[in-house]
Design a protein around this ligand. Structure first.
Ligand code: DGY
Length: 321
């Protein structure tokens, strides 16, 4: 009997490819870029399973191009806004993600951005490299205090709570919103559940952890930015469209808020050009989970899901309802 056919849409760590190859006939995208939609439709044809990336739109059109033998699309990501879940469910295709294994890396990255914006690390580095440093001075390169300040979590699932635990080491006070109140979280970290308006008004740092769904598109826009303190910092390592990037660029330029740290963007890999001219924002290319152990574990979960479903079992981390 011929082996099931699996498409891997970007190169992942070799150990995970080797596990796939033991059981399946595997094709891997050899290029250092995502497939275009037309390429994906062509490559996916006849595959029993796909290991996809967040850059691959998996909708009805793509699944129809795959054909009725396609049983699973396993995302190499916890977020799955690239999936049309209803279209896949209607076609009997199982969709999976990689929850849990990237909480530490993503939360550490969120704190890294927060500290780097607060202490103007990237701006200061550029200053030294440009040969502009004259001498030490008491009022030079002032940043913001972090210790004991207030952190507002918009969304507090696994990643948001992980950020809160790390922030507790800085004695930060924790507010949270847009998730169900969690008495254990409140007891362990003294976190306070508030409405969105209170969180925006009282937080010195606002970090975003909501998933991208229609209701969270532009969760932070002009009005929300105006509702924040002029000394506030916004960090987004969730999904780009959660923030209205043009409104954020205007707010940073006009000093409506103090600064921002962005790992994700509305139209990746494009970045709102106005942001790139500003010193009070740090921009990095969607790398929150980019550590060897984390990416290995994400690959392991995606491969486990493919192995289980294509041998007649149930996946570990299904996202279909
Ligand atoms: C995810 O997993 O959703 C991240 O955005 C990439 O690791």
């Amino acid at each position: 009997m011929s082996k099931p056919k699996v498409l891997v849409t970007r190169m992942i760590q070799q150990e995970n490819i080797d596990r796939l190859r033991e059981h399946f006939d595997v094709e891997i995208n050899p290029d250092d870029r995502a497939y275009t939609k037309d390429e994906l439709k062509q490559k996916i044809r006849g595959r029993d399973g796909v290991l996809s990336m967040l850059t691959d739109t998996i909708d009805g059109e793509v699944l129809d191009a795959a054909g009725p033998q396609c049983r699973i699309v396993a995302n190499f990501a916890v977020g799955y806004n690239n999936f049309d879940v209803a279209a896949a469910t209607k076609r009997g295709v199982i969709l999976t993600n990689t929850p849990g294994v990237l909480d530490d890396a993503t939360a550490t990255h969120t704190i890294t951005l927060l500290l780097s914006v607060a202490r103007r690390i990237v701006e200061a580095d550029k200053f030294v490299r440009a040969g502009k440093w004259g001498s030490w001075a008491p009022l030079f390169f002032m940043g913001l205090d972090v210790d004991g300040r207030t952190l507002g979590l918009a969304g507090a699932g696994r990643i948001g709570k992980n950020v809160a635990r790390k922030a507790a080491a800085f004695g930060m006070k924790i507010l949270y919103t847009d998730v169900k109140p969690d008495p254990d979280f409140e007891k362990s970290l003294g976190a306070r559940f508030v409405d969105k308006a209170t969180l925006l008004a009282e937080s010195d740092y606002v970090t975003l952890h909501v998933p991208l769904i229609p209701a969270t598109k532009h969760y932070i826009g002009e009005a929300e930015l105006k509702a924040m303190k002029p000394t506030a910092v916004l960090i987004n390592a969730a999904r780009g469209p959660v923030v209205d990037e043009k409104a954020l660029a205007r707010a940073l330029k006009d000093k409506v808020i103090w600064g921002a740290g962005l790992d994700v963007f509305e139209n990746e890999p494009a970045v709102e050009p106005e942001l790139l001219g500003l010193d009070n924002v740090i921009v990095v290319p969607h790398i929150a989970s980019a550590t060897p152990e984390t990416r290995m574990n994400m690959g392991r979960i995606a491969v486990d899901n493919l192995l289980k479903v294509l041998t007649g079992g149930a996946p570990d981390t299904c996202v279909n309802p």
